[in-house]
Design a protein around this ligand. Structure first.
Ligand SMILES: *Cc1c(COP(=O)(O)O)cnc(C)c1O
Length: 237
């Protein structure tokens, strides 16, 4: 192994251990939590090295960056998650490359994704999370918490083919631990109440927690943590 590969191996095992410990502390099964290695801005070689260590979920936040990597993985076991803001005119780029999108935030985007999926394939689905802006000061994207149920109501009424509604995503607050924790808890309450109210059996996913706060997120119920820096090191760009 090169020195760089060694560093990546150390980082990855530290994050895996961290997830394990936080899960146990929270009385949860570590297997309930999916680690998404956020590979945005990283080179193909870095992502291949992390993949070779057994990591099989990666997150990208732009189509352009993702396309320098995804086509070079013909291994079907690697799962790609789109986690950035997506303009609806670019929805056609996702099918065949990404299996998940965490950042659905408009009906128009959902419609475009659905028709892009239909054009691409009639027998697979794109798994969708709705992005929630629990802390308006951090992110300009995502729906406000009060908009989530009306959104789900409208989008379900459209019965869009090839989309599967699987849960909620948020980007944490820049605050103290208590603020972060309560934002995550709020997302969880919202997800559970949507699941019940709309009778969505598979609306189980909570994508929350990044390098700085994934442990808090796990304690508050995260099923997916999106970790970039702690896996790949500081981003250069
Ligand atoms: C970059 C990014 C992450 C990862 O952030 P780190 O602090 O590097 O772990 C997670 N989620 C989203 C949406 C991102 O854009």
């Amino acid at each position: 192994m090169t020195e760089e590969e060694n560093n990546l191996a150390d980082n990855l095992s530290r994050v895996r251990q961290g997830i394990q410990q936080c899960a146990v502390k929270a009385g949860r099964e570590p297997e309930e939590i999916r680690l998404i290695a956020v590979s945005k801005t990283r080179s193909l070689a870095e992502v291949k090295a992390v993949s070779a260590l057994g990591q099989n979920c990666f997150g990208e936040n732009t189509i352009q960056d993702a396309m320098t990597k995804i086509p070079y993985f013909n291994n079907k076991k690697v799962e790609w998650h789109f986690i950035g803001h997506l303009q609806s005119k670019k929805a056609g780029k996702l099918p065949g490359y990404f299996q998940w999108i965490h950042s659905v935030d408009s009906i128009k985007l959902a419609q475009k994704l659905s028709s892009a999926m239909q054009n691409y394939t009639k027998n697979s689905v794109l798994k969708c999370l709705i992005q929630v802006n629990v802390s308006a000061e951090v992110s300009k994207f995502g729906l406000m918490p009060a908009e989530i149920k009306p959104f789900l109501h409208n989008v379900l009424e459209l019965q869009l083919p090839c989309l599967a509604w699987r849960g909620l995503m948020t980007i944490g607050v820049k605050g103290d631990e208590q603020q972060t924790r309560s934002a995550f808890a709020r997302l969880r309450e919202l997800q559970q109440s949507c699941k019940e109210e709309f009778a969505l059996d598979d609306f189980n996913q909570l994508s929350m927690g990044m390098s700085n706060d994934y442990c808090l997120a796990i304690e508050e119920g995260a099923t997916m943590v999106r970790v970039g820096t702690s896996v790949f090191g500081q981003r250069k760009i």
